[in-house]
Design a protein around this ligand. Sequence first.
Ligand SMILES: [Cu+2]
Length: 175
Amino acid sequence: MPSLLHSLRLPLAALLLATTALPLHAAPGAPHTHGAAHDRAHDPEHPAPAEDGTGVPGQAGAVTRTIEVDMGDDMRFTPAAFDVRAGETVRIALRNRGMLRHELVLGNAQTLAAHYDAMLARPGMTHEHTANALSLDGGETGELLWRFTDAGTVSFACLEPGHYPAGMRGEVRVR
Ligand SMILES: [Cu+2]
């Protein structure tokens, strides 16, 4: 039955290709990364969220609080700081009230600064598929679900070229 064999072969070939293209350690359901060429787990600039104390992707059913955050062409987040409790899952309702593209990337101050440098070195790299970041065109809205696990300060920033050095950054105080 050549036709059956043929129909089996193609998906198998596709599966093998897909499997070899994926990092072997990537767990099912792990947050999307920038892609195979930008392997989060092997990149010191991109530690897995749980490892850097910033938290983990949130589940919709666990959300206890919605925080509305605006991004503007004045290179500001509004509010630029807010408080949450350790363990709390927060829906960050994000709105880009400007014309330019902006993004909110959660991290710590060190990794965000390193990440910004990496962004400059690799134009076209975006964060729209990562669980800890959301990139929006002017006028767009969206949401990030995040569980803040550790008490301390989690930073956020817009890593679009020029925005971070202009002061487009903020802090989440986790108590
Ligand atoms: Cu921005």
